[in-house]
Design a protein around this ligand. Structure first.
Ligand SMILES: Cc1cc2nc3c(=O)[nH]c(=O)nc-3n(C[C@H](O)[C@H](O)[C@H](O)COP(=O)(O)O)c2cc1C
Length: 406
């Protein structure tokens, strides 16, 4: 049997039926009041039929006042509990695990759809011409920090009750957890900032609160940056220390990624040709991480060829292979591998020729969201979809939500 098809047991005893995970992709197809829609629920039935070991949802927000995108799902109480149950039911009887990814965007929140933006410190995003879409955040008070910590736990518990089989903290890509970790975005002088021990306090408290609310046996994972890839930012050495801290606490699965809105290495790699040829962007890091933790490691970013995935698993560098964009165009990805139908999964980078937008993924990300929407509507993916539709989709969503907000 290919190693990629072999089962894997997490420390809590949950069995992933194979080594393939669909990594989180913000679907942006909830309602404008941030409830799950039938289209969103359907797409998870489609993906479950494709038979991966683990499906991680797009980021679910834990506070309706802090959205990454206009149609993110928000879980802060039981308002949409029946829909959450339907969502969790999509994997029933398949043996596929379904985990929500829990997130708070912090300063990476568009000003047009959020009234007040909060973050560890008032450090504006440096995104050139796109900076105007964001505004400088208000630093979080001690009380507000604890409120957010509690919200992570609350959302995890509600989703567990709805039937999700584990959860993942979004600690990567420059969102709130990652903002606390990075000395660029966290310039606090209190116990939440300064030395790494202080910057890591937030993620640790979030983990502990979730653990308290979901119990000892429920799997909790984290997606963490190998680095921010920015001068003066969160370094690889610091990331390793956080991995060790969370390993000691009992985290069940560590997913490695990298980058922020300012430096989007998560979808581009660090651009070295050698890295691109090797596909997996953060392979060097995971090899080092393997030597400092015995917790399960999941690597995401750039995997395209089945052979590269197999080699990475065979070398023991990682336990689970994570893919995101290919799942939008190959919804049966895991089955395609096991049946030997596909040896390489292409995932194009659509653009519209406006440098600023193309560079920050302003077309690429919504283009993939549109493919997800197609799957949820029972359509086939459309690899030739013009990028301009993605741009229009984004503008429309932002425009409507900005009216609702005000
Ligand atoms: C449309 C889209 C939405 C994404 N949303 C999220 C998200 O909500 N949370 C997250 O951790 N990563 C998100 N990502 C990043 C992916 O999980 C993944 O790290 C990245 O796409 C690299 O993997 P890939 O090369 O297999 O696509 C998103 C990527 C795309 C394309």
């Amino acid at each position: 049997m290919q190693q990629i098809a072999s089962p894997y047991t997490l420390p809590n005893g949950s069995v992933l039926k194979n080594r393939i995970a669909k990594s989180a992709m913000s679907e942006n197809i909830g309602t404008f009041s941030n409830a799950p829609t039938q289209t969103l629920i359907n797409v998870y039935s489609v993906w479950a039929k494709g038979d991966p070991g683990l499906l991680i949802t797009g980021n679910v927000m834990i506070d309706s006042r802090a959205l990454g995108e206009p149609k993110n799902v928000v879980v802060e109480d039981y308002t949409h509990f029946d829909l959450l149950k339907q969502w969790a039911k999509t994997v029933e009887g398949t043996g596929v695990h379904l985990w929500p990814q829990l997130n708070h965007p912090g300063r990476q929140a568009f000003a047009s759809i959020n009234k007040e933006i909060v973050a560890p410190s008032a450090v504006p995003l440096k995104m050139g011409g796109a900076s105007g879409m964001f505004k400088t955040a208000t630093p979080l008070t001690e009380e507000a920090i604890w409120d957010i910590v509690k919200r992570f736990g609350n959302a995890a518990r509600i989703l567990k009750e709805a039937g999700f089989t584990g959860c993942q903290i979004h600690g990567a890509h420059g969102y709130l957890v990652s903002q606390f970790l990075s000395p660029i975005s966290n310039t606090r002088k209190d116990k939440w900032g300064g030395v790494l021990e202080n910057r890591a306090r937030f993620v640790l408290e979030v983990y502990r609160e979730i653990r308290k609310q979901v119990g000892a046996d429920y799997p909790i994972g984290i997606k963490i940056n190998s680095a921010d890839f920015q001068r003066g930012g969160f370094t690889e050495e610091e990331s390793m220390e956080v991995v060790q801290i969370l390993s000691k606490e009992g985290i069940d699965l560590i997913e490695i990624s990298g980058g922020t809105y300012e430096k989007p290495a998560m979808v581009k790699g660090n651009r070295k040709q050698s890295t691109l040829e090797r596909e997996a962007y953060f392979l060097d890091y995971i090899e080092k991480a393997r030597s400092i933790t015995n917790k399960p490691l999941l690597l995401t970013g750039g995997f395209r060829s089945v052979q590269v995935m197999e080699d990475a698993l065979a070398g023991g560098k990682l336990d689970i292979v994570g893919l995101a964009r290919p799942f939008c165009l190959y919804p049966n990805l895991a089955k395609d591998i096991f049946d030997g139908r596909v040896a390489r999964f292409e995932a194009p980078v659509p653009t519209i020729g406006i440098k600023l937008l193309d560079k920050m993924g302003g077309v690429e990300l919504p283009w993939y969201e549109l493919q997800i929407q197609r799957l949820g509507k029972g359509k086939q993916p459309k690899p030739k979809l013009p990028g301009i539709w993605a741009f229009i989709f984004t503008l429309k969503g932002m425009f409507i939500k900005s009216f609702i907000k005000n």
